[in-house]
Design a protein around this ligand. Structure first.
Ligand code: ASP
Length: 324
């Protein structure tokens, strides 16, 4: 999906709630409505900031926080479990105005991992902190923590049991919704600054210590005012190997491709044949938005200066619920 650009001082925000969507055959109208409502809450959280002249960085942080708070999505509350039955969350944020970036990996405790990533960016002098030391840093920063019970969801716990049972029987879990998911946001603010944020529980039954693409700057998260801001979702190992987000920016910078051409080339022509099922959301310096994916669906949404909250799940046009 591509959108027309914004003019000079207009804003744009795109979000995703992961490419691991529930199969259409298993989706109920109630669940579908709940996913759209969760996406709209996130869009609205970012829209309020951007409409008020706030920064892209604040908008993507707020939009991702709203998705982390929503147990339907695999990030923060509702994160998936490792093969050892633990939650290990990864998150990143990047400011396109100066390429400052912060990320965390393998944490469980901070209520909003995206705020942990932002604290790393703003207060640590580093880009990526991991595990226990990252959590100690978050405690010193005064970030809000939550008990393991806050992050627990029956649905993710059952998904782990099913995946482990399949593994024992020698089968690979092919159900995308059970396997993975992620949340992310990209924005262009009224001053023309870009930012991206991504947060995830990773992949169900991943090995303890495994880190995916989300907190790897240039793989699952990227922002640079001269080109674009990108947040990815999908099979993280492949996205890392292809430096997916940075590849999109490079195609724009060095080959003069449009955002949509670059994004599609990477998601459809490069990642898909390599086994990198998933998608990305991206916005460029002019406010064009692109949201390609190469699998059955990606929870996603867009809001622009006119304030319409547009959301979609499957291979379908974005839906404006005000007019639905
Ligand atoms: N990209 C995430 C990871 O590999 C998972 C996902 O987006 O589905 O950790």
């Amino acid at each position: 999906m591509t959108d027309s650009n914004t003019s000079g001082s207009e804003f744009a925000l795109a979000i995703h709630g992961g490419a691991g969507t529930i199969l259409r055959s298993k989706m109920t109208p109630e669940r579908e409505a709940a996913y759209h409502a969760g996406l709209r809450r996130s869009l609205d959280a970012g829209r309020v900031i951007l409409a008020d002249g706030g920064s892209a960085l604040d908008a993507v942080s707020a939009a991702v926080m709203a998705l982390e708070d929503e147990p339907l999505f695999n990030a923060g509350r509702g994160a998936v479990y490792t093969s050892a039955g633990k939650q290990e969350m990864d998150a990143a944020v990047m400011d396109g105005s100066d390429r400052s970036a912060g990320a965390v990996a393998g944490i469980c405790g901070p209520r909003n991992p995206v705020l942990a990533a932002r604290a790393v960016m703003e207060h640590s002098g580093h880009v990526l902190l991991i595990g226990e030391s990252a959590m100690e840093f978050c405690r010193r920063q005064g970030l809000a923590f939550a008990e393991p019970s806050y992050f627990f969801t029956e649905q993710r716990w059952q998904a782990l049991q099913e995946t482990l049972a399949m593994r024992q029987g020698g089968d690979e879990d092919l159900d995308e919704s059970r396997k993975h998911g992620t949340v992310g946001a990209v924005a262009r603010d009224r001053n023309g600054n870009l930012a991206a944020a991504t947060s995830t529980g990773g992949m169900t039954a991943k090995a303890p210590g495994r880190v995916g693409d989300s907190p790897v700057i240039g793989a699952g998260t990227w922002a640079d005012n001269e080109t674009c801001a990108v947040s990815a979702t999908g099979h993280g190992e492949i996205f890392i190997r292809y430096a997916a987000a940075h590849e999109i920016a490079s195609r724009m910078r060095y080959a003069g491709q449009t955002l949509d051409d670059a994004a599609r080339a990477v998601v459809i022509d490069m990642l898909a044949p390599a086994g990198g099922s998933g998608g990305i959301i991206a916005v460029d310096h002019a406010g064009h938005v692109s949201l390609p994916f190469n699998c059955s669906g990606m929870y996603r949404g867009v809001v622009k200066d006119d304030g319409r909250l547009l959301t979609a799940i499957y291979d379908e046009p974005l839906i404006d619920f005000r007019n639905a």
